[in-house]
Write a protein that binds this ligand. Structure first.
Ligand code: GLP
Length: 257
């Protein structure tokens, strides 16, 4: 696992956007996994800037989002479908046919989840998966206790996640109780995982993700078993890591050959 510690949110976002840009330059038809939440918004802004300045072409890029709230139609302003269009897709030259955000209003969720998995496979698998981390250590909506081998499925959110995400809704009661999410096993099949975290609230889950035991109680810790995981954090989110000096040293002296 490569741990990159940046001074602040802006630096974290720029570093992440550069990694995504370089991956698209290498493979113009990159299969890009995307995340919602406030953490990647700065990265998306930077990608939009790169597109506007002619540095990036999304015309062949294929995207798969991690998750969606159950019960919210795509045009609901708190749906992840809406969020992704508002924060990224409406501002770049992505082909709408290449965009995949799980549906929160499928008729048969078991069938739909299998279809989503099949679509990822048909696209050749995810090359680069962007991830945030919940304050309870979840990736996607894989809450504590989820099998680290889980596949795309319908899940029940924890009260902590409902409370955390209520800041985007008028009242806590409006936050959906269920979501559809790529599983930990699905995420682990991405060729590269790029997890972003900023702020003090993420210091505890980040410390387990990077240095704690691998445990289904912090599903992000599964990334310790991923052959190519990059974790970019700001100073506040890194504040509970024990081996900061080494991570900085290893980053400054990373092999460039
Ligand atoms: C939600 C999403 C996660 C995201 C998390 C953190 O629960 N399902 O994918 O990582 O929120 O959100 P934020 O970045 O706003 O802290």
């Amino acid at each position: 696992m490569q741990v990159i510690i940046k001074e602040n949110y802006d630096e974290m976002s720029k570093e992440a956007a550069q990694i995504i840009r370089d991956a698209i330059h290498l493979k113009p038809n990159l299969v890009l996994g995307l995340a919602t939440g406030s953490t990647p918004v700065g990265t998306y802004k930077e990608l939009i800037r790169m597109y506007e300045e002619g540095e990036l072409d999304f015309s062949k890029v294929v995207t798969f989002n991690l998750d969606e709230y159950v019960g919210l139609p795509p045009n609901h302003d708190q749906s992840y479908h809406y969020f992704m269009h508002d924060k990224l897709f409406n501002h770049i030259n992505i082909n709408p046919a290449n965009v995949h955000v799980p549906s929160g209003i499928a008729k048969d969720f078991a069938k739909y989840c299998q279809w989503y998995e099949d679509e990822i496979k048909k696209a050749g698998g995810i090359d680069l998966q962007v991830l945030g981390i919940g304050s309870d250590g979840h990736i996607g909506f894989n809450e504590p206790g989820t099998s680290l081998a889980s596949r795309t499925s319908l899940v029940t959110l924890t009260e902590e996640t409902i409370r955390d995400n209520s800041r985007f809704f008028e009242k806590e009661e409006d936050v959906p109780r269920f979501a559809i999410t790529m599983g930990v096993g699905t995420i682990m099949e991405a060729k590269c995982c790029l997890l972003l975290a900023n702020g003090e609230k993420k210091a505890d889950p980040v410390s387990v993700l990077v240095e704690g035991p691998i445990t289904s109680q912090v599903t992000a810790s599964a990334l310790q078993m991923h052959p190519n995981a990059i974790v970019i954090v700001d100073k506040a989110a890194a504040s509970k890591l024990k081996r900061v000096d080494y991570y900085k040293w290893a980053y400054e002296n990373r092999p460039r050959f």
